[in-house]
Design a protein around this ligand. Structure first.
Ligand SMILES: [Zn+2]
Length: 53
């Protein structure tokens, strides 16, 4: 059966702590916490977003 290890994660802005992005990832291929530069509407700029759950 398909399904695997998909988990839902939230990317939160490290400046204002807003949770701006949701996505699903494969836990097996991405076991680490991800950090991405994403646009935060509240900060109105690109900031570091970290995975939070
Ligand atoms: Zn922000």
């Amino acid at each position: 059966m398909a399904g695997g290890n998909r988990i839902k994660v939230i990317m939160a802005c490290q400046e204002c702590k807003d949770r701006n992005y949701n996505y699903t990832k494969n836990k097996r291929s991405h076991p680490d916490r991800m950090e991405l530069n994403k646009f935060c509407p509240k900060c109105n700029s690109h900031t570091l977003h970290k995975e939070s759950r």
